[in-house]
Write a protein that binds this ligand. Sequence first.
Ligand SMILES: [Zn+2]
Length: 141
Amino acid sequence: MFAHDAIPAGTTVAGFGGHVVDSRELEDLGEAVRIHALQIDDDLFLASTPPFDSADYVNHSCDPNCGIVGSVLLVATRDVDAGEELCFDYAMTDSDDYDTFECSCGTDRCRLVVTGDDWKRPELRDRYAGWYSTYLARRLS
Ligand SMILES: [Zn+2]
């Protein structure tokens, strides 16, 4: 998902939606649904089904320009230029290994492998303070 126009920091750029499912139900929904799912609580996920919404295509970056407010709002953490890809760090939402993957975001901060334990990393904790999904912010406090 790319910015059409310049977006000022603090702007809500998307809201995620879908059906609330647990990890067993998510597993049963298959790979195509799982890779677009968003974790919103301990063992709870928002799973959307085709046709996917543009918010379902927001990619991960290890040096993102967006963060999470509440559990489902994607908000620009800094000014975004027109044409820039909108992205967030999945460490802001994920604490389950349902979506562990090798990262190729290409940023200087790339962790190379993104896992469900990344939210615990001390350097991310500081960098993303205020941008974690509510359930992770609660765990970190
Ligand atoms: Zn990366």
